[in-house]
Design a protein around this ligand. Sequence first.
Ligand SMILES: [Zn+2]
Length: 528
Amino acid sequence: MSAGSFYITTPIFYVNDVPHIGHAYTEVAADVLARWHRQSGDDAWLLTGTDEHGQKILRTAIANGVTPKEWADRLVETAWKPLLETVNIANDDFIRTTDERHEVNAQKFLQHLHDEGHIYTGEYEGYYCVGCEEYKQTSDLVDGTGDYAGQLVCAIHSKPVELLHEKNYFFKMSAFADRLLALYEENPNFVQPEAARNEVMSFVKRGLSDLSISRSSFDWGIKVPWDESHVVYVWFDALLNYITAAGYGQNDEEFASRWPATHIVGKDILRFHAVIWPAMLMAAGIEVPKQVFGHGWLLVGGEKMSKSKLTGIAPSQITDTFGSDAFRYYFMRAISFGQDGSFSWEDLSARYQSELANGFGNLASRVIAMVVRYCDGVVPALSAGTAGAFTAEDLAIAATERRVTDAAAAAIDKLAIHDALATVWELVDELNGYITLQEPWALAKNPESRERLGTVLHTAVRGLGTLAVLLSPVIPIATGKLWTALGGDGALVDQRVDRAWEWTGGAQVSALEPLFPRIESIVEPTDG
Ligand SMILES: [Zn+2]
């Protein structure tokens, strides 16, 4: 990793899934962190993509009368890439596990582990859940009900598991338990938040089994390089995307400059990322990830969002009404990143109205309108003789700009995106209070307070510029419009978010359309 490198990943999404707000939530969080680091001068790199192998994909492709690759191509183009556009993700790369760069280099990785004696041939018998694409422990199974009464079913999918017996290749994962525990102890940040770290540690302390890493009962996958009658277990294949996308096996220089990554994952796939994945890397002699961060569930009506519970809400249902900025803001602000959080249409529209439209959007519109009305759009400045010396109230705003810039950066370092936003909103609230107290509309009526009016508007414009920069990673569209209206130099995405308070104002403002227009009626989508 080079100095200032920030490589961040989302899980690669299973192509068969239907995109719902849970997927979009993960994408937005990773995107906000990537944009923040990019605007802090880091070489930030956001990777996302799709997981396309495995028996379940093969089965649905056959059921739809196409090849599995055709099926995956269709879903990538019609579902997954559009999801990124829907919530305005600025990813640097999109990897598919069917990409040649992935397949070839995943095979290199596997061959390397085989050559180094980390893989052996064995017999495996166990209960396999096709929905999970994994062998289940008996503790993961429950008694079926209804149609499945008398059978064992997967606790997650409520569908019967299959008893499979096959010759398999195994990864000697059990050999890495001690090194993993040492990693968690020595680097408490490796798995976060703390609850996730505790869960992973107690899981590994109970002892690790070796991992079956191949299948021979179907052929939709990466071939095991020394035995082409087997394909690589889909999770083992999928995890490798994080290094194959960064140049592993084909571009050592690129790989050295990017790796290690910060992985943002849902807590349901924490063990794959915090146990199996670092063990694989240790075996290959590759540095472990910088961090694995498990975010919480999104709850809708108290139930976890998931494909199997049919509570999925399409992200476009929200963005069609509120826009992508509001989607991004809402989920980053309303939910403590790392904790479970509830989504409700009422909370979304309440926050849209009070925080985005009234709190931020209205502040921007009013200040710019007053500069246009009272100063012909020319931003008053001390140097031009159109503003006076700062009073304590003006200096307090400048101090808050600096304080929230630093505090937001500190929160982002801890991946506490919600805290960063709450901090920035202190400036929104303080500026609104400042305008109310300073009453520029009253100052404008009196020619003797002309200079004071200039100082107040100058201070407010500066504050808005600071907000535009600080909020640009989260609400890039609205802040882009604001930056243009403020007469900011250069592109907003090129402004340093860690020095947002330094902006001293442009020369001239221009008219600003409402950033968060009033939404007349919100139609809540009905179920099925
Ligand atoms: Zn399952």
